[in-house]
Design a protein around this ligand. Structure first.
Ligand code: FCB
Length: 410
């Protein structure tokens, strides 16, 4: 039996574009139409059905819920802020609070308004001030009801998929542009961190908890060769810690502009270099079948111990850690419960080793639009029927609900 701390936050996460539906002012919407990729359409109709969804959240004993605000709804045209959409998100937050569920609000989860994307997106030097203007509007108006803010979701994934691999809009493949974007996102976070704290002081509210959601992976060297071990070590440094180091370097206070570290953990990479070269160091993985390991339906390795290793490697920052995402897409729900159970087991072990962990948010509350992969991958503890939008609670959700209720993992 493993016991979690009393005030531990338990819940699940979503993001606006993936669940709300009809985000027509968003760069992804435009991109889907242009390239004919999977269309997000109505997604889960969460924009209309959030009260119903939060009844489910409550029935599952969650005491926290992470969701994101859609910038393109709030500011559909540059400098024109929508009071109606602000009210919508206020209603969303109040619907959570009414049920005694702590809201964790993400300000940027991969998507941008069309006007912003058209004018160079995050490559444009003005991106930082544009983002801050949006943050100022949202945070000032919602601060009274929110304690936890995530400024940017997975900066490293956003940069690599949108600006290096050319997979997501704006489909760039440029190291130089990726470097600019990293610089701008880092400053955007540092400044938003300061801004959010300033707003809370001005409004006489107690200090907020502000972080990013940093994607982390476990990197296992294939075979015990020096070059693979070295590459695995370097990859962890760059991929897991790079952005964290970047924001602490860029900050004149010389301390981390984070009140806690939010991490998203899913999988591992087995590192096997084909040859020594910068691209190989960054990307090569073992393609042989000699690593027998279960995978999710997208083919990602399932490796719970990796979460433990990453948690211990983050201990040096001396900050509380929150698991802001961890989850599996699978068509076999029993595999989902096993996944949650095994990751929670390793979280317990990490806590025993002195890592301070304050919460666990499963990705995702419901099946949803998985970006360029469309609706096929099923990550939810709640099943969505995309024809009727009917929600069906899966068994894994009920098992997880027991842990949320008792704080005990059996
Ligand atoms: C993370 C994203 C989230 C979702 C999961 C599966 O990288 O933050 O939106 O797509 O992966």
């Amino acid at each position: 039996m493993r016991k979690f701390p009393k005030n531990f936050l338990w819940g699940a996460a979503t993001s606006s574009y993936q669940v709300e539906g009809s985000n027509r002012n968003c760069d992804w919407w435009q991109w889907e139409k242009r390239v004919g990729k999977p269309q997000s359409g109505n997604a889960c109709r969460h924009y209309q059905l959030y009260e119903h969804d939060f009844d489910i959240v409550k029935s599952l004993n969650h005491n926290a819920h992470r969701f994101s605000i859609e910038w393109s709804r709030i500011e559909p045209a540059e400098g024109k802020f929508s009071k109606k959409e602000l009210q919508h998100y206020l209603n969303v937050i109040l619907a959570l609070k009414k049920r005694n569920i702590e809201p964790l609000v993400t300000l940027h989860h991969f998507t941008n308004p069309i006007w912003f994307a058209k004018d160079g997106g995050w490559i444009n030097q003005k991106s930082v001030e544009r983002y801050l203007r949006y943050c100022d509007f949202v945070v000032r108006n919602l601060a009274k009801h929110v304690r936890y803010w995530i400024t940017i979701n997975e900066p490293t994934i956003f940069i690599s998929h949108a600006y290096l691999f050319g997979a997501w809009p704006p489909q760039e493949k440029s190291l130089l542009k990726a470097t600019y974007v990293e610089e701008h996102l880092a400053f955007a976070h540092i400044k938003a961190y300061g801004l959010i704290h300033k707003i809370y002081k001005e409004l006489n509210l107690s200090s907020p908890q502000v972080s990013i959601a940093q994607n982390v992976m476990s990197f296992t060297p294939c075979r015990n060769s020096l070059k693979n071990r070295l590459a695995a070590y370097l990859r962890a440094k760059v991929y897991n810690m790079g952005f964290l180091e970047r924001i602490s370097m860029g900050n004149i206070l010389k301390r981390m502009p984070l009140d806690f570290i939010g991490i998203n953990y899913y999988s591992r990479q087995v590192v096997a270099l084909k040859k020594l070269g910068p691209g190989n160091l960054a990307m090569d993985v073992c393609e042989k079948k000699h690593h027998r390991i279960a995978k999710n339906s997208l083919g990602w390795d399932i490796y719970p111990k990796g979460l433990y290793d990453v948690l211990l490697s983050l201990k040096k920052y001396n900050l509380p850690i929150m698991i802001t995402e961890n989850g599996i897409c699978t068509d076999k729900d029993s595999q989902r419960w096993e996944y949650i159970h095994d990751h929670l087991r390793y979280i317990c072990l990490a806590m025993k080793k002195g890592v301070k962990i304050t919460g666990y948010l499963y990705w995702s509350l419901m099946d949803n639009f998985e970006w360029d992969k469309g609706f096929k991958p099923r990550f939810g503890i709640v099943d969505i029927n995309y024809k009727t939008y009917k929600r069906t609670i899966r068994k894994s959700a009920k098992k997880f609900a027991e842990v949320c209720r008792t704080g005990v993992l059996r």
